[in-house]
Design a protein around this ligand. Structure first.
Ligand code: ZN
Length: 66
């Protein structure tokens, strides 16, 4: 498991479930990664949120619709 650093303070995010994902933008300030835990509430990560669901996601092929 890779550690995720908070982009606001640079600390290590303890609970990834609380991350607030924000779209990356040029004006975003990225803090230097630090070995200390993040204390932000919520932790901020300037990335697109991970896609929910996985390979098991039900995908209906398009084209066979009656
Ligand atoms: Zn933080």
């Amino acid at each position: 498991m890779s550690q995720i650093h908070c982009h606001f303070c640079g600390g290590i995010i303890q609970d990834v479930a609380t991350i607030e994902y924000r779209p990356p933008r040029a004006s975003a300030q990225f803090a230097m990664p630090q070995p200390t835990p993040c204390n932000c509430s919520p932790p901020v990560v300037y990335e697109h949120p991970p896609v929910l669901g996985g390979p098991e996601e039900d995908q209906t092929p398009d084209g066979e619709a009656a």
